[in-house]
Design a protein around this ligand. Structure first.
Ligand code: UDP
Length: 256
């Protein structure tokens, strides 16, 4: 099977991170994975939601919002506010982003603060939720670094970086990181979220008018984990040397 962009089944799209895209945010990153681009901005507010105070829950909180800008899709997508309600897909995605980040942020260490993570899709070409998680993880790390540098907290409240990638089955072949054209052709839609230590945070998998076998599940999972390891080394390279951020990272595929 030849992929539409000529990629190997185990090859993620080139990824790049542009830092400081939103200067008022505590941390911000424009992530590009191929033609999918998402702006991830993190703002930290002093204080926690009322439910935490009422229930005596200590530490801080992290919450995420996701939206697609009207011009991010091939046909204009009206803003949710115009329709008067958040669409179900956005709501599902923003909860996934929040869970993924809370898995790696130490909320106790964060102290009584709320971390707002806003992910806005600038250009959609498949895998926007996974790109949002990968970009937001970096934006959160940058915002946390600043909290330590400003001496608001004594140590970094992040246990690990986290990243995510999609996978699927096209014509019986398992592939990683689908673009929109491929996404339309898949018979199985899979998303993997995992940490730097290789621990899984969330798996989302569904047959699209089809079923899948355990072998295919394991193949998609292995492809996803390998892709995530590549994305996390790209995140690490940027954190170590922010100057590398706008370079494109394209890991060589092991199978061509
Ligand atoms: N998409 C779109 N309009 C929408 C929803 C999705 O154009 O309202 C496109 C977009 O390219 C997106 C892709 O369909 O990336 C796959 O959407 P899905 O819901 O599977 O989420 P994603 O793969 O972006 O996480």
């Amino acid at each position: 099977m030849t992929r539409l962009e000529g990629r190997a089944p185990d090859q993620v799209r080139p990824v790049s991170f542009q830092l400081g895209i939103a200067p008022h945010a505590n941390g911000s990153v424009l992530i590009a994975m191929g033609d999918t681009r998402v702006i991830c901005g993190v703002m930290i507010e002093e204080g926690v939601p009322r439910w935490m105070k009422e229930q005596g829950v200590g530490g801080g909180w992290l919450t995420a919002e996701y939206s697609m800008l009207p011009y991010s899709t091939q046909t204009r997508k009206p803003r949710d506010i115009t329709k008067g309600k958040l669409d179900g897909r956005s709501s599902e995605i923003q909860r996934l982003i929040g869970r993924s980040l809370r898995a790696v942020v130490d909320l106790e260490k964060l102290g009584p603060r709320t971390m707002w993570v806003d992910c806005d899709v600038l250009q959609a070409d498949g895998g926007t939720r996974t790109a949002a998680i990968t970009g937001a993880s970096l934006a959160v790390a940058i915002a946390c670094d600043k909290l330590v540098a400003e001496k608001k907290i004594s140590s970094l409240p992040i246990r690990n970086l986290v990243a995510a990638v999609s996978a699927g089955v096209i014509d019986g072949v398992s592939v990683v990181d689908l673009n929109y054209e491929e996404d339309k052709a898949v018979t199985v839609d899979f998303n993997v979220v995992a940490t730097e230590q290789g621990e899984l945070v969330e798996l989302q998998g569904s047959g699209e008018e089809a079923t899948f076998s355990q072998d295919q599940l394991e193949e998609m999972l292995a492809l996803g984990r390998q892709g995530i390891a590549e994305l996390i080394s790209a995140q690490r390279a940027v954190l170590t040397d922010p100057g590398t951020g706008s370079k494109q990272f394209a890991a060589p595929p092991s199978v061509r």
